[in-house]
Design a protein around this ligand. Structure first.
Ligand SMILES: [Fe+2]
Ligand SMILES: [Fe+2]
Length: 318
């Protein structure tokens, strides 16, 4: 094991920080800090741009694997940072990856898999938008009310924590689908967009980690402080995140039959009738297929089925 890294402090120079860790560039943008800081220290740059210095330092220290203190952050500043990150993904990064994907893939209509990859990507972006809009509208609004002294009986940050799912998994899945099933000769554009997807995957993972390891504990602390100073009843219990075991491998014959039905757009009931199985058995097969292939969206399963010659594109509904 190596020595633990020394945390950055307010007297360190901002340019040294960026030189040490190139990903800090993304963090700067989300705090609204422009480049061109010359020799100024972190404290000077933060003051000049009205950024809470402690929040900036704790996020930077956490994201660079250093010791951090969530209890020192300002929730107002952290929420603003997270909102800016959401805007970056939804309005800039994810649309840019889509444009590059379209440019890199053969979308002339003759390449079945190219069109399905775009469909898969669009489904993914819709999920990310839902995730982030829920945080913007529900979770951050809750924290803002908390800061004004209001506690809710039916909701606490533990409710959010229990449901907070990582968003990068599906992007990883898309990357794997392209790498394994997209039939293409050497393609510089596609290689570059794959790199963009990998960077986005890492960045999104880090974003969720900041929410889990800085935001959630800081909100819990604010809830506890308010509770101690208040007579409100606090009844919510944290929910457990379900951790599923992985069972990777090849599909059995029955699973292939079910996959073909899924890819053709058939419901579980239609599949059960067609294969003379119970709906419960079909549901179990579907769950096992997704676990074995590590593909969870219907569009991803269709790509797999076509790429492996199980069905033709014209068998896919709408
Ligand atoms: Fe978020
Ligand atoms: Fe999140």
């Amino acid at each position: 094991m190596g020595k633990s890294l020394t945390p950055y402090t307010s007297t360190d120079r901002m340019r040294d920080l960026v030189r040490d860790q190139s990903t800090i560039i993304l963090i700067l943008g989300r705090f609204g800090i422009p480049l061109g800081f010359g020799d100024k220290s972190i404290a000077e740059v933060c003051t000049a741009h009205h950024v809470d210095e402690e929040t900036f330092l704790q996020v930077v220290n956490y994201c660079t694997g250093r010791d951090y203190h969530y209890e020192r952050i300002s929730l107002t500043a952290l929420i603003e940072y997270l909102r800016q990150a959401h805007e970056y993904y939804l309005e800039f990064n994810l649309p840019q990856i889509r444009r590059k994907l379209i440019e890199a893939l053969d979308c002339s209509g003759t390449n079945d898999i190219a069109l399905l990859i775009i469909k898969f990507y669009d489904e993914y972006v819709r999920e990310v938008r839902k995730h982030m809009e829920n945080e913007n509208k529900t979770v951050f609004a809750y924290v803002q009310q908390l800061q004004q002294g209001y506690l809710k009986r039916e909701y606490s940050i533990a409710t959010f924590q229990g449901k907070h799912t990582p968003m990068a998994d599906k992007l990883k899945e898309l990357k794997e689908v392209i790498i394994q099933y997209y039939p293409e000769k050497n393609n510089f554009l596609l290689n570059e967009v794959l790199l963009n997807i990998m960077l986005c995957e890492e960045d999104l993972t880090q974003h969720c980690d900041v929410e889990d390891h800085i935001f959630v504990p800081a909100v819990k602390l604010a809830e506890q402080r308010l509770l101690q100073s208040n007579t409100a009843v606090y009844t919510n219990a944290p929910k457990q995140v379900e951790v599923k075991g992985k069972n990777l491998g090849k599909l059995g014959e029955r699973e292939k039959d079910v996959l073909v039905c899924v890819a053709r757009g058939m419901s579980n009931k239609e599949t059960a009738n067609a294969l003379c199985l119970s709906v419960h058995t079909v549901t179990t097969h579907r769950r096992n297929i997704s676990q074995k292939l590590q593909i969870h969206s219907t569009a991803g399963l269709i790509i797999y089925a076509i790429a492996n010659g199980l069905i033709q594109l014209d068998e896919v509904k709408g």
